[in-house]
Design a protein around this ligand. Structure first.
Ligand code: GZL
Length: 312
């Protein structure tokens, strides 16, 4: 009958037209670009109308985008927060508008009632896995480490530094001699690594590089080669993300280890949102994604090929 038909149309229409605003940081790294690709694929698969905003790594652009999503009356907001602080005011506006906010891949310092849940890895653990690998690899050999930090004030930069330092504590032969932000980009990673090499006897005094993401490591590997040294041999490398180009370097013997970060944060986010909208039951405040260590003994060429199908 007409009533049943109308009800069916309403149900399918409301399910089909979930409108979600996504405030993305930018496309500073290969991992970030893959996260964007996968988020769009996940939305498409679910019939979600995704409004996408790229902030070019500027918090004020993310805040503007969130305000615009609120004005549009979206059903929910995804936010990958470039830094940990400065979100309270705009998230209060979203709360007043009864629009749930889900954090992707980074956390914030704000009251937990200002967001529905956060889908992230355990970023301290990532740093610890990286540090534990280096401790195991160098044994009791003296090893001066240089560190390329992520974006200043971002949760991954703070947490990955903390986890790595925990891992090397008590191993006095391992020492971080230089540490500076490369802002998660290849270009800046290369530039800062060039300054580290110059400052450390042309790189001869550097035993290992710890980079908070693979893109900075790939930039640094270029700098190490241009300085006439062998990355992966003269200077060991350990980084985080597990993007395809890191496996390409690993297959060439120019990189040693990487800790995997899935670019599919949106799948768990949309599932949690769906359940919440249906049941009004709040999900846990943290949905954790896995972290896996890859080294040269994990057939990097094969992993490179597999990664190509995962949004990269
Ligand atoms: C970590 C994520 C980081 C990636 C980088 O969860 O926020 O941001 O490790 C990206 O590649 O720039």
């Amino acid at each position: 009958s007409a009533t049943i038909l109308a009800a069916c149309m309403f149900t399918s229409a409301s399910a089909k037209n979930l409108v979600v605003g996504f405030s993305q940081i930018g496309s500073e790294s290969g991992w970030r670009a893959a996260e964007t690709t996968v988020t769009k694929q996940q939305a498409e698969k679910r019939g979600i109308d995704l409004k996408f905003a790229d902030a070019q790594q500027k918090q004020e652009n993310q805040i503007k985008a969130i305000r615009s999503f609120i004005a549009q009356g979206v059903d929910a907001i995804l936010l990958a927060p470039v830094v940990e602080t400065g979100w309270d005011a705009v998230l209060k506006e979203a709360k007043e508008a009864k629009i749930p906010v889900i954090l992707l891949d980074r956390t914030i310092n704000a009251p937990k009632d200002l967001y529905l849940t956060a889908v992230t890895s355990d970023q301290i653990h990532e740093g610890k896995v990286a540090g534990d690998w280096l401790v195991k690899t160098v044994g009791d050999k003296k090893c001066n480490i240089v560190e390329l930090q992520g974006t200043t004030g971002s949760s991954p930069a703070i947490a990955r530094k903390k986890g790595f330092e925990e891992a090397i504590k008590g191993h006095d032969n391992l020492k971080i001699v230089r540490s500076q932000t490369g802002d998660f980009t290849r270009a800046k990673g290369k530039e800062v690594m060039e300054s580290f090499l110059k400052a450390e006897n042309g790189g001869k005094d550097i035993c290992a590089l710890y980079a908070h993401n693979d893109d900075m490591a790939v930039g640094a590997i270029q700098a190490i080669k241009e300085a006439g040294l062998k990355p992966g041999k003269d200077i060991l490398t350990v980084s985080i993300d597990s993007v395809p180009d890191l496996f390409k370097a690993m297959a060439a013997g120019e990189a040693n280890a990487t800790v995997e970060l899935t670019p599919n944060m949106a799948g768990p986010a949309f599932d949690a949102l769906d359940a919440y909208l249906k049941t009004k039951k709040e999900p846990p405040k943290w949905i954790q994604t896995e972290s896996k260590l890859y080294t040269q003994s994990d057939d990097p060429q094969k992993v490179y090929e597999e990664k190509k199908g995962q949004g990269y």
